[in-house]
Design a protein around this ligand. Structure first.
Ligand code: SAM
Length: 196
């Protein structure tokens, strides 16, 4: 698998709805399945056309291969067998989703180089942010803070793979670590920011 000039991984691309350039020359797109154009209906052009059919719980790339990984797994398990959402975005296995997402996070993190960035997109309509973030390798650095419940239950979380030597608590001076650590917001306040 050739990775020349490829330093971005989309770990489950589906129809690449989020992408401005759906064939970005520096990106590798994977998904667990391929679907032909028209699979969503005769008048729809979208296809699922990853570079590689690959499972995000078992990514076949070496450690530290990418600078940026984007991970938007299915968000829902309670979907009808033939529902549009299931066909377009897939579905979580209601019995194994925790384990699947935990392995997915682990694999996305493994293939990320030091100081690389992981972007995780999640909608909390069925499973709450707090519950899914417990499966993540680290606390995210930040996320979008929209409180407009009417329009948004989706968040983009940004993580950085900061090497151990530079992590909170491993700072050169103990005093520096203590001064900084009290400024780190709790996970709860990061995902439920106070209204101004
Ligand atoms: C929410 S969609 C991604 C949407 C995408 N970000 C976009 O912009 O269109 C989730 C995708 O994850 C894929 N998927 C589910 N389980 C997977 C797995 N174990 N490995 C790789 N892809 C998986 C599904 O096939 C589905 O296409």
């Amino acid at each position: 698998m050739e990775l020349k000039n490829k330093f971005i991984l989309d770990a489950c691309c589906s129809v690449k709805a989020m992408w401005m350039n759906k064939n970005h020359p520096n990106a590798v797109y994977i998904d667990i399945r391929k679907e032909p154009s028209g699979f969503l209906g005769y008048n729809r052009k979208e296809a699922i056309n990853p570079d590689y059919v690959m499972d995000f719980t078992d990514i076949k790339f070496p450690d530290k291969s990418f600078k940026l990984v984007v991970f938007e797994p299915p968000h829902l398990s309670k979907l009808g067998k033939t529902s549009y959402f299931r066909r377009k975005f897939g579905a979580l296995n209601p019995n194994t989703w925790k384990q699947d997402l935990s392995h997915g996070f682990h694999e996305c993190w493994r293939v990320l180089e030091d100081y690389g960035v992981l972007v995780f997109k999640w909608s909390n309509s069925e499973i709450k942010f707090k519950e899914v973030l417990e499966l993540a390798p680290k606390q995210p650095l930040f996320a979008n803070t929209s409180n407009n419940k009417a329009t948004s239950t989706t968040k983009w979380f940004c993580f950085m793979k900061i090497p151990k030597a530079h992590e909170w608590g491993n700072l050169t001076s103990k005093k520096e670590g203590m001064e900084l650590s009290h400024k780190v917001p709790s996970l709860h306040s990061a995902i439920n920011p106070k209204k101004d």
